[in-house]
Design a protein around this ligand. Structure first.
Ligand code: ATP
Ligand code: MG
Length: 478
């Protein structure tokens, strides 16, 4: 029922193909550079050497008789790899290690400053074979050299008296090497391109399938399967990292939703009892014969119950506002010690009336950025609890201190304290210790204290005062 999201083009594939193309270009460039430096430069050096040799020989032959020239050419030919041939004007053999005048192609370079070089085929046994008469050199050379005649590269020079001189070197091996290098270069390029494109396609398929898996699961969650989670493999790769974060986020959302549901249920439940109480009281009053004094008493009780409901709504609203973070915009420089002094002064009469000793211990001002009304409300909630739950004669100590990094506000009493098992739950909305049900209250006081502490980037702890409860609020100073 959950169709995967169809995409018209894959970003990953496009990137990978671009990468493959760039990589192939780079490989091609590097290979071309390497072969150019090794082959081409070596060949042009050999060409230059040949041209110099040809000119030197020409200089030696000028002004000599035919016999002398033949002797010089024979000497040059003996024991050398250079191919030389002295011929008549009609290209008939006179001397040298090449027997037949080859059929020469066009000079590849038209540069007149240098001796022009030709490339031409040699017949079998170049240094002594018959006249070649072969076809002109095929450009580029073939890789299958078995059927190809050996090749040479050289120049012809005219001598006085109509004689002709040919100086050349064999290049068959060099041509074979060039063909081999070109073939391997192209093969490497082809392999690089195929691997690049193939790898790109495979990689893109795998990445796309992982992404589609994520999007399928999101779609399922979107369609109401709220317990569904992103797949996490044991490999622990980047996708698993992302899935884990998403799963943590979904868990948190689920927790929040569960919290919201619990709060709504609690509100409904906690509102029902005072309102039903109200209703039955009014109903009972209506059944009585009219009596102004009794009616007044009922109305007074009704106002008290409605005040309780209103106080509950106010507390819920204040907690919601503190949790939303909105009051941060109203943060001002406040002195926590002054706020504590005000609160202690306010609660002094109530404490005295209940037979409790309320004390304040603050060495000096403790300044921080905060919302003064919410901080005062939080401290008032703690003092209200102490006055409500600590039996007489008791003691309630308020302490304010700072250590340069954090401020600590502490309210310690010597009352019954809180059982360890209840301490974490104490911060949940509407949670109350069963024994305190007879005392008026909604179970929202500590929820607000925690919401205010967290709004200020701090935290609340509930400790054991042995006896009594120690509530500590730690707030960062900056
Ligand atoms: N100083 C204390 N000593 C012993 N028990 C306490 C103390 N403060 C709080 N408690 C227990 O923790 C519960 C939760 O406190 P909280 O202030 O959140 O709610 P409440 O006082 O019951 O109601 P409200 O503060 O909304 O009027 C109380 O019901 C009480 O049982
Ligand atoms: Mg309270």
């Amino acid at each position: 029922m959950t169709a995967p999201v169809r995409r018209r083009s894959s970003l990953i594939l496009r990137w990978l193909l671009l990468y493959a193309a760039l990589f192939s270009l780079l490989v091609g460039f590097v290979l071309a550079l390497v072969s150019w430096t090794t082959l081409v430069r070596r060949e042009s050096a050999a060409d230059r050497q040949l041209q110099e040799e040809a000119r030197r020989l020409q200089d030696q032959l000028v002004g000599r008789t035919e016999t002398q020239m033949a002797a010089v050419v024979s000497r040059t030919a003996a024991g050398r790899t250079t191919l030389v041939m002295l011929a008549t004007e009609r290209r008939e053999y006179l001397a040298g290690n090449l027997r037949a005048w080859p059929r020469l192609g066009d000079a590849p370079h038209g540069d007149t400053r240098t001796v022009p070089l030709h490339e031409f085929p040699l017949d079998d046994g170049d240094a002594g074979g018959a006249a070649s008469g072969g076809a002109p050199a095929a450009p580029g050379g073939a890789t299958d050299t078995k059927d190809e005649p050996p090749r040479a590269r050289g120049t012809t020079l005219d001598l006085p008296g109509g004689y002709r001189l040919l100086v050349a070197r064999e290049v068959t091996a060099a041509r074979e090497l060039r063909a081999l290098v070109t073939a391997s270069l192209l093969a490497t390029l082809a392999i690089t391109a195929v691997l690049g494109i193939g790898g790109g396609v495979v990689l893109s398929r795998r990445l796309s399938s992982r992404l589609e898996e994520l999007s399928r699961n999101s779609q399922a969650i979107l369609e109401g399967d709220l317990h569904r989670r992103m797949p996490v493999s044991p490999r622990g790769d980047e996708f698993d990292g992302m899935s884990e974060s998403l799963n943590r986020m979904l868990d948190r959302i689920e927790d929040l939703m569960a919290g919201m549901r619990a709060v709504s249920e609690s509100i409904a439940h906690d509102l029902r009892s005072p309102i039903s109480r109200l209703r039955s009281r009014i109903e009972v009053a209506l059944m009585q014969p009219p009596d102004a004094a009794a009616a007044r008493a009922v109305l007074e009780e009704t106002v008290r119950d409605i005040d309780h409901v209103l106080a509950m709504f106010n507390a819920l609203l204040t907690i919601a506002v503190a949790e939303s973070g909105a009051p941060r915009e109203r943060f001002a420089d406040v002195d926590l010690a002054a706020i504590a002094a005000d609160a202690v002064e306010t609660y002094e009469p109530a404490a005295e009336e209940k037979g409790l000793r309320l004390s304040l211990d603050a060495a000096g001002p403790v300044r921080l950025r905060g919302e003064p009304h919410l901080l005062a409300q939080a401290l008032a909630n703690l003092l209200d609890n102490a006055v409500k739950y600590v039996p007489s004669p008791g003691r309630v100590a308020v302490r304010v201190a700072a250590d340069g990094v954090r401020a600590r506000l502490e309210v310690a009493d010597d009352g019954p304290g809180l059982p360890e098992s209840f301490r974490e739950r104490a911060f949940e909305r509407f949670s109350r210790v069963e024994a305190s049900r007879t005392t008026p209250g909604s179970g929202l006081g500590l929820s607000l204290v925690r919401a205010v502490a967290r709004l200020h980037g701090g935290e609340v702890t509930l400790g054991d005062g042995r006896p009594g409860l120690v509530v500590g609020i730690e707030l960062p100073l900056s």
